[in-house]
Design a protein around this ligand. Sequence first.
Ligand SMILES: CC(C)(COP(=O)(O)OP(=O)(O)OC[C@H]1O[C@@H](n2cnc3c(N)ncnc32)[C@H](O)[C@@H]1OP(=O)(O)O)[C@@H](O)C(=O)NCCC(=O)NCCS
Length: 188
Amino acid sequence: MAYDLLTFSREIDSEVTLRTLRARDATALYALIDGNRAHLREWLPFVDDAQDVTDTQRFILEAAQLADDQKSMAAGIWDGGILAGVIGLMEISVRNRKAEIGYWLAAEHQGRGLVTRACRALITYAFDTVRLHRVEIYCAPENTRSRAIPERLGFVIEGTLREAEWLYDHYVDNVLYAMLAPAWDASS
Ligand SMILES: CC(C)(COP(=O)(O)OP(=O)(O)OC[C@H]1O[C@@H](n2cnc3c(N)ncnc32)[C@H](O)[C@@H]1OP(=O)(O)O)[C@@H](O)C(=O)NCCC(=O)NCCS
């Protein structure tokens, strides 16, 4: 195998760096989640699972095991050296050569294209290095900021999954966006 999800790292430009989360990132990651609970809770289901830093340590250790098993990868997004959010390559299916991308950013780092740039780098890694054929992104229909990312990157809407995600006390639909490797190669 020509790649290692555990050691994934990309310096995208002078501002943005991606790197697989490590145990030493737990304190910064917990502080970021704790400082952004209301912002993240609107669209993400995991926020209440992070009650203290040991929960975040456990998440990073479990993510490392999943990366070792070639099932998923969770990378931090660093903005000028400061941890600003997380991007993940999830639900990797080697057999079907497909995976999903998920992401979040602390509120104060929004609006500068960090996640769009991070997605571009991770999608290129997924197609060129992991040799996937298909990358999916799922967004709630009303999550316009999130939907703007796959739309900006040329993903195609393939449909809406009804009540596909449980968010604390209600279901949300998921719009399925997908990109295929030949279309990505042709656009980049
Ligand atoms: C979804 C989320 C990551 C989007 O963050 P974001 O800052 O809007 O996304 P980006 O980092 O790609 O930035 C895009 C913005 O930067 C601007 N921008 C500046 N430079 C840019 C560049 N080089 N490339 C792309 N966009 C750029 C864009 O115009 C856009 O601005 P706008 O919001 O005024 O239209 C963020 O809102 C979030 O974490 N929300 C909560 C969690 C969540 O919903 N996660 C996704 C679940 S599906």
